[in-house]
Structures are given as structure tokens and as C-alpha cells.
Design a protein around this ligand. Structure first.
Ligand SMILES: [Zn+2]
Length: 377
């Protein structure tokens, strides 16, 4: 009888434990559906959702805010953050642009969360941080981290083989949820293809496109710009200026036979000068330790210091790490220098932008000094 009672008690305890785990997972899942506020700065002249460009996205998980900052007639630049949502150095640079920049001539179109579905989940078994906070003088702002691919709850199942359109290049099936393998997209395709199609439509309005990414320190294409051949002169000029400012950044040519990538397809299909940047994010890497705020915001990890000592990395890495503020500062400096180089080479359609947060100031004062106050709920 005692054994029977013990078994019943164990079964009850297990059921309660399973219920707690399920409720806790459900609450985390639901919390990740809530979008963080992005506050339009004084320079924002229009704000809409991406579904204004591709109506099939309306009200769905791929719909995402589009900010426009316009001045006198000139050229148009499209800036994308969050093509891969865990690459937060790109997301935050796009957000700081929306919240601070003012355009005198030309137009900026900024999409800080290009694959918004990807902000609603993280990969199982990786113990990623779901959100982080940045202190501002008026109180904390919060942001999600997200994951590289579209949430499988929004696009499922993956095919065994993903056949890219229109190149017919064959890729592994889960790349069908990778926004940066779907370009130029399909109007009647799956969710990620339709988001890509809408972004390609925006890129067709632009003469210059910048897609902001990050990569793990052990990845060879890092602290680098990848440029379509039609943007190579602009990117090379910008990279040289950044080098002269002691912000070292490499330059790589977009391969002509790798399809679906923004720096290839926005150049080929939208005829825009297309550039992609990669900054160094240790929270994405395989050598990382505990993925808490210390790593995600401060970019410090003793494993990476050891890996650098063993010469396993493609960037320097010491106890100072690669903090988010430094990566965002680098991305903002890249935006500024790419615009300046573009203007020098394309004086007929200038894009004059003021008040992009300065590299040294972002690096020393931190992101919170350049974020708008949190909106009152
Ligand atoms: Zn990326």
C-alpha cells in the first residue's frame, strides 16, 4: 500500500512539474510575440507597415514597421536591420537611425526588423537570452533577441530541398525560412518569400541599400562589407575612410553564383547599389559560454579570449570583448561613410543625413544616451 501511495504521489508531483514547465514555456512563447516599442524620432516623416507594400502580409507575423525620413529631392537609401534577428548590432544601429537621424536631402527608408517573425522565437536547446534592456535617462528600454530564421510556427514544414527562385539554386530545406536566402522573393510564395518580395519592392525605390548583419568571431567574413559590383566603388571608398578613422573594416565582392543574398539580388533585381555589413557578435558563436546579458550586451566571454589566444578567430578578442555599443557605433559609422562615399560618386542624387549618432560618442556614452524615452504604456 505504501508503495502505491508513493507511486501516486510521484505521478502527481511529475504532473505538477510538467504543468509548471508547460505554463512557463507558454508564457515565454507568448511574451516573445509582444513587439518592443521603436520610437520615431523627430526626423521620421512617415511610418507605415510593410503590408502597405505587400498587402498579403497585413496583420500577420511578417508585417513589420517601415520608417521614412525624407528631405528635399535627392537619392533614396534603404537600411535593413534584423534580416537575422539575433544580429542585434544591426538591429540597434537601424533603431538609433530611426530615433535620431534627420534627412536634409533625399530619403532614408529604414526597416529595423526585416524578418519580424524571427523575433518571436529562439532556437531550442541553446539557452539564448530572449530580451535585453538598455538604460536611458528616462527609464529602461527593452528589445528582443530573436533567431536567424522565420519562426517555424509561422512557416512550416520546411522542404527537404529549397529551390531558390529565380536562380533555381538548390539549398538545404530550412534555408526556405532564411530571409537572406529568399531574395528577390516571390509575391505568391511562402511567408519569408513574400517578406523578401516586399523588401525588394522597397529596394527598387532606392539607389543604395545597406543590410546590417553580425557574425560569430570564428566566421571568416567579419568586420567586413560585402558589396555588389555596382556598389564596389562606394563600399571601397567608405572602407578606406573607415580605416583612416581607425575603424578597420574589410571589403569583399559579392559572389555572382551565390543567390538569395541581399548584396547579390538587390543589385541584380532592384538595380540598387547593394552592400551588406558584418560586425562581430560573440553571443552567436559556438565557443560562447553562458548566454546572459554580460555576453549579449557587454560582449565579453573568457572562452573567446582563450580562442583568440589559440588563433582560432578572425577578429581580435581580449577581456574587453566586443560590446554591443562598439558594434552599433561601427555600424553607424559605416552608414555615415557609405552615404558620404555614395554622395561623392553620385552627386546627381545626393542623400544628406544629419544627426547620425557619432562613433566615439556611442562608444563612450552607450546606446541609452541615444534612445528616445520609453513610451508611456
Ligand atoms: Zn546575418
Amino acid at each position: 500500500m505504501g508503495a502505491f501511495v508513493r507511486a501516486r504521489f510521484c505521478a502527481l508531483a511529475f504532473s505538477i512539474w510538467a504543468l509548471v514547465v508547460t505554463l512557463s514555456a507558454a508564457s515565454i512563447f507568448r511574451a516573445m510575440q509582444e513587439p518592443e516599442p521603436i520610437v520615431a524620432g523627430a526626423g521620421v516623416t512617415a511610418q507605415r507597415m510593410l503590408s502597405a507594400t505587400e498587402p498579403s502580409l497585413a496583420g500577420g507575423p511578417g508585417d513589420t514597421p517601415v520608417f521614412e525620413l525624407a528631405g528635399a529631392p535627392g537619392g533614396t537609401m534603404l537600411i535593413l536591420g534584423g534580416t537575422h534577428p539575433q544580429e542585434i548590432g544591426g538591429v540597434m544601429a537601424a533603431i538609433l537611425t530611426v530615433e535620431n537621424a534627420r534627412v536634409k536631402r533625399g530619403r532614408l527608408i529604414v526597416v529595423p526588423q526585416a524578418n519580424r517573425s524571427g523575433f518571436t522565437h529562439t532556437d531550442p536547446m541553446e539557452a539564448y537570452l530572449h530580451r535585453f534592456e538598455i538604460a536611458t535617462p528616462a527609464g529602461p528600454r527593452w528589445f528582443r533577441v530573436g533567431m536567424r530564421l522565420t519562426n517555424p510556427a509561422h512557416q512550416w514544414p520546411d522542404p527537404d530541398v529549397f529551390v531558390h527562385s529565380p536562380s533555381l539554386e538548390r539549398m538545404v530545406g530550412h534555408e526556405t525560412r532564411n530571409l537572406n536566402r529568399n531574395h528577390p522573393g516571390l509575391a505568391s510564395g511562402w511567408l519569408t518569400a513574400r517578406v523578401s518580395y516586399a523588401l525588394t519592392t522597397l529596394a527598387k525605390e532606392a539607389s543604395l541599400v545597406l543590410d546590417l548583419h553580425e557574425a560569430q568571431p570564428e566566421y571568416p567574413v567579419i568586420n567586413t562589407m560585402v558589396a555588389h559590383e555596382n556598389a564596389f566603388e562606394t563600399a571601397a571608398t567608405a572602407a578606406a575612410t573607415l580605416q583612416a578613422r581607425r575603424i578597420p573594416i574589410g571589403l569583399s565582392a559579392s559572389p555572382k553564383n551565390l543567390h538569395g543574398l541581399s548584396h547579390r539580388e538587390f543589385g541584380d533585381h532592384a538595380k540598387a547599389q547593394a552592400i551588406l555589413t558584418e560586425s562581430a557578435n560573440p553571443a552567436m558563436g559556438r565557443f560562447r559560454g553562458r548566454t546572459g546579458a554580460e555576453l549579449v550586451i557587454e560582449g565579453r566571454d573568457p572562452n573567446y579570449v582563450r580562442a583568440a589566444g589559440l588563433k582560432r578567430l578572425f577578429v581580435g578578442f581580449d577581456e574587453r570583448g566586443w560590446p554591443l555599443r562598439l558594434r552599433v557605433a561601427r555600424n553607424l559609422a559605416s552608414i555615415k561613410e557609405i552615404i558620404d562615399a555614395y554622395n561623392d560618386l553620385n552627386p546627381q542624387s545626393p542623400i544628406e543625413v544629419e544627426n547620425i549618432p557619432d562613433y566615439n560618442e556611442v562608444n563612450t556614452r552607450g546606446l541609452g544616451a541615444f534612445l528616445q524615452p520609453p513610451p508611456r504604456s
